[in-house]
Design a protein around this ligand. Structure first.
Ligand code: ADP
Ligand code: MG
Length: 504
């Protein structure tokens, strides 16, 4: 039986119409691009939404790989909570990339400034997403053997937790109402996906942890959660789904407005963060960053001052600078690259049983330094016109569009001073099994081979002192699908689309 079911003519038209209406009715939507709005004669003043790109059918996904990824999330949450608390380790990693990476260096400077005066926050919140592709060996003998392999681990602004639950709900709805009407039938095994509710529960828990550890005194300020966002964010409904599921006052604050609308009350040694909302002032319990992950959010020094202001406050940060640095690709590489004894620094953070769980999901990743044998070997591979086709070259950046693939690697490295190569990592390409689907994007259907990237969300709260981990939960999943000719997979970057898993 071929998949997805063949749908043409009136069947396809009807399915597309149902998806369009369901998407808007249920907020599986984004703001239209500015160019599309300015093309209309009327000023619709941000009242327009459009459907988010989505597949017509849930994509087949290996059940055992899906379960393995979900099963690893608790270990990943714990791992990144522990790394976030290991300043010595992170400092070493930052030093390795510092030469060629001004952004990571600047982040570290914020940490050092706050460290000097002393951190005052008592807890941290992680809203994480671990991204995976299914790897299928290209040799026919191994084709049946599928493995889940991690693409990257996100510790800041991990997006689509709001929309991905809606994409799952859409496909569940279609499986109940529309797919049974099609001439070609198929089987559907669609797991629940409560990502927005679960991520909101993490924020809610952090809000309550803050209120317990800093009890409101008589006449004290009301408490709130602040979402730090980007100006002109088109993916706003993704964030709103999470906001609406939180039972606490939530305010959206553009990253560019931090210094205007917040202040740190330095009259108190705990340095609470105050948020001015028109005539009211709130004490900020939790700062959830959906901005601040890349250089474009820091156009000048005042943006770095703003980040410092948040960092030095008592508010629970999601994430702190240290947690953000823990999410760099360099950290992922250091954990994955075995030393001469076959182990890695992973052993510093988690017990043996969990190490095995995590290590099974690691792809081969190499440093590009001159001091390690692995680094010297990788520098050769990266410049070899044949061997480089097995790899992707990554700088320490987030948000899509920054990587160099296959034969573009040598040419790019040729433009980078050799002493800065160590700020990149070289990763073996993961080769997913072929899957076909149809994508509805901007009202048009794209049909053909696709690549599906699974993200598993997790929420984690830990104490700054000896308190350890207070919360460690998996929080639903994301399936992002792109055409198999596209190298990048970000939905917001315009290449990928929302999807959900049909477990096989
Ligand atoms: P970013 O932080 O920009 O999201 P990623 O490491 O997630 O960077 O890479 C972006 C995209 O590139 C991924 O979503 C995936 O589609 C593709 N990609 C990254 N690493 C690999 C890999 N090792 N094998 C195959 N594709 C990859
Ligand atoms: Mg990514």
């Amino acid at each position: 039986m071929s998949y997805p079911p063949a749908v043409d003519g009136p069947e396809r038209q009807r399915l597309v119409q149902v998806i369009k209406d369901w998407s808007i009715a249920n907020g599986l939507a984004v703001r239209p691009p500015p160019a599309a709005i300015s093309a209309t004669e009327v000023d619709l003043a941000s009242t327009l939404a459009m459907t988010a790109p989505v597949t017509l059918f849930p994509s087949p996904f290996s059940q055992s790989c899906f379960e393995e990824a979900q099963g690893a999330q608790a270990a990943y949450n714990e791992l990144y909570a522990k790394i976030s608390q290991d300043e010595e380790f992170l400092g070493r990693v930052v030093a390795e990339v510092a030469g060629g990476d001004e952004f990571t260096t600047k982040l570290w400077t914020v940490h050092e400034r706050v460290k000097k005066e002393g951190y005052t926050h008592k807890h941290s919140l992680g809203i994480f997403r671990s991204d995976y592709l299914v790897h299928q060996e290209t040799t026919p003998a191994d084709e049946a053997h599928l493995q889940i392999k991690q693409v990257e681990f996100n510790t800041i602004a991990a997006s689509f937790g709001g929309l991905s639950g809606q994409a799952s709900s859409l496909h569940k709805f279609l499986a109940k109402t529309e797919y049974p009407l099609l001439q070609e039938s198929s089987k559907y095994n669609l797991p629940d996906n409560t990502s927005s509710r679960d991520i909101a529960a993490g924020l809610q828990a952090a809000f309550e942890v803050y209120n317990r550890s800093e009890p409101v005194v008589e006449g004290g300020l009301p408490r709130c959660i602040v979402f730090l966002v980007q100006d002109g964010e088109r993916n706003v409904f993704d964030q709103r789904h999470i906001e609406y599921a939180v039972d606490a006052p939530v305010f959206r604050l553009p990253f560019s407005q931090i210094l205007q609308q917040t202040s740190v009350d330095t009259s108190s040694p705990r340095r609470p963060l105050l948020y001015r909302h028109t005539h009211l002032t709130f004490e900020v319990a939790v700062v959830y960053m959906r901005a601040g992950y890349g250089p474009s959010d820091y156009p000048d020094e005042s943006a770095w001052e703003a980040r410092y202001q948040v960092e030095r406050s008592a508010a629970i940060k999601c994430p702190t600078v240290l947690t953000q640095v823990a999410g760099t690709k360099k950290v992922q590489q250091v954990l994955a690259t075995p030393d001469a004894n076959g182990s890695s620094e992973l052993g510093r953070f988690v017990p043996a049983a969990q190490q095995a769980t995590l290590r099974r999901t690691f792809a081969n990743i190499y440093p590009l330094d001159t001091t390690s044998a692995a680094g010297r070997q990788a520098r050769e591979w990266a410049q070899d016109p044949a061997v480089c086709r097995k790899f992707v070259l990554k700088p320490q950046r987030e948000g899509g569009g920054n990587n160099y693939y296959k034969d573009k690697i040598p040419a790019h490295l040729a433009t980078v001073p050799a002493e800065h190569w160590a700020s990149y990592i070289l990763m073996e390409l993961i080769t997913p099994p072929p899957v076909a689907n149809l994508i509805l994007r901007n009202g048009q259907i794209e049909q053909g081979g696709v690549i599906c990237e699974l993200g598993i969300y997790g929420t984690c709260i830990w104490g700054s002192g000896d308190e350890g981990i207070l919360r460690n939960e998996a929080a639903g999943y994301l399936l992002r699908t792109k055409g198999d000719q596209s190298e990048e997979g970000g939905v917001a970057a315009g290449f990928g689309c929302m999807d959900s898993v049909n477990l096989v």
